[in-house]
Write a protein that binds this ligand. Structure first.
Ligand code: DLL
Length: 442
């Protein structure tokens, strides 16, 4: 059994604006919404949309007027490639990042020097909310590059005053040695990479639970509660979730506090909506919908009503930490990674949840969808613990049946299950890519 301590409930808050009374927060948001509408009014995309709808900063009377503003999508960014959404002259830019997306060229996002300050503050806030203190050493195993994860977290950690080890991605064995040598108490990476670190440590003959790590801030890809438990058990740490996307700022949009009951959205900087992706009407609190963000304080490239395609729920129930901000659930899927298999909507997170319910499976898996004839066929390959790979066909078959049954219960779909030996499926240093959709290729 693992012995993870209960969360350190110290309710640390970095900034008074995280705990503003609702009315004050909304007044601040309204002022900032007017400012950002003014700021983007000369960006060609918004200029046209504003002209059609009769929008000027002065017509924004209340936060409800947000609904009159146009949406912005990834396709809009692509159409105005590379930097058609910037509001400042090129010479005022201080940094440019990019988001790889699933296809084609990266879409670029730009920052002024002040944006970089704002961004570090936002990352510092969620790190502090989740236990980071100046005395800590933090191992960052995110890629440093166009991806916002490495640099975003890096400057946030520095802002807190902790020591950052910019290990970046790759060479897991070396990373483990560095964690050991420098005694890092905090790990920052994707949740899947946290598991790879644990697994590689075991291969090196090191008990991952004996690494100096005490807690970790993980994000950049979807993960489940079951996966959190696994990471916590494997590394004997507390695992915190944080969320963000390049188009909105990068990491720092939201993160968990010590109570770990949803991620606090940094609402003094971002307006959030949760919408039915088809009707684009608001869904109620507690209901799943697509998250849509408006950046209120960015200078270089603030986007209005950016459609994230991330599905989550919002709650305005008060949190014991004292922050007054709305919280979002885990991202349960994306409107565009949703697989439709024989008419059933399936999110990869459902498959993961099912797999992790079965004793003996590991969170290393691949989902393949094919259409050999006219019917879709789903295959789930999962690595199992070595002791479960046996010569006894009947035992292997029983395990496969159990996994298949769980997938049917959770996702409502029948799958072919293939058991794989440990370390045979691909590992990822950045975001895990677990779905191979081969339909439409023949
Ligand atoms: O992944 C920013 C980030 C870096 C967040 C490091 C957290 C930590 P992008 O590369 O633009 O930016 O990818 C954004 O990743 O729309 C979500 O689908 C997914 N995502 C990010 N964080 C989470 C999370 C960064 N905690 C896309 N849970 C988003 C689930 C996440 N999905």
């Amino acid at each position: 059994m693992h012995t993870v301590q209960p969360p350190p409930i110290d309710n640390a808050v970095r900034d008074r604006d995280e705990t503003l009374p609702r009315a004050e927060l909304e007044a601040l948001q309204l002022t900032r919404l007017r400012e950002v509408v003014e700021r983007v009014a000369h960006v060609p995309f918004y200029r046209e949309a504003f002209a059609l709808r009769g929008i000027t900063a002065r017509t924004i009377k209340s936060l409800d007027d947000l609904r009159r503003l146009p949406f912005t999508t990834k396709d809009d960014l692509r159409r105005h490639h590379p930097l058609g959404f910037i509001t400042v002259p090129r010479e005022q830019l201080a940094r440019i990042h990019g988001s790889s997306g699933t296809t084609g060229k990266p879409t670029f996002v730009a920052y002024t020097a002040k944006d970089l300050q704002t961004w570090s503050d936002l990352c510092a806030r969620f790190l502090v909310a989740g236990g980071l203190q100046p005395r800590h050493t933090v191992h960052v195993a995110f890629g440093y590059g166009l991806f916002t994860g490495g640099f975003g977290l890096h400057y946030g950690i520095e802002k807190v005053g902790a020591a950052v080890v910019p290990a970046a991605s790759g060479n897991t064995r070396r990373q483990i040695e560095i964690i050991q040598d420098l005694g890092a108490e905090v790990l920052v990476c994707t949740p899947s990479y946290a598991l790879t670190i644990a697994e590689t440590a075991r291969e090196m003959g090191i008990d991952p639970r004996r690494l100096p790590l005490k807690f970790g801030h993980f994000g950049a890809e979807p993960w489940t509660e079951e996966m959190r438990q696994q990471i916590e058990a494997d590394l004997d740490i507390l695992a915190f979730n944080n969320y963000g996307l390049s188009e909105v700022i990068g990491p720092g949009v939201s993160g968990e506090c010590a109570h770990r009951d949803g991620m606090h959205i940094q609402e003094d900087h971002f307006l959030v909506e949760c919408l039915d992706p088809d009707t684009l009407e608001s869904v109620g609190d507690g209901e799943e919908g697509e998250l849509v963000f408006t950046a209120l304080t960015k200078e270089a490239m603030p986007l209005l009503r950016y459609r994230t395609r991330d599905i989550a729920r919002l709650t305005r129930e008060p949190c014991a930490c004292g922050r007054t901000t709305v919280r979002m659930s885990r991202v349960t899927g994306r409107t565009d990674d949703m697989l439709i298999i024989r008419g059933v909507n399936v999110f990869p997170s459902q498959i993961e949840e099912a797999l992790l319910r079965v004793e003996g499976t590991t969170p290393h898996y691949m989902i393949e969808v094919e259409r050999p004839g006219t019917l879709d066929q789903l295959t789930v390959k999962v690595e199992v613990l070595p002791e479960l790979l046996s010569d006894r066909m009947d035992r292997m078959q029983r395990l496969k049946d159990r996994i298949g049954k769980e997938i049917l219960t959770v996702a409502g779909i029948r799958a072919n299950v293939e058991l794989a030996a440990p370390r045979t499926l691909e590992r990822f240093t950045g975001k895990a890519k677990r779905v191979v959709d081969k339909r439409g290729q023949n």
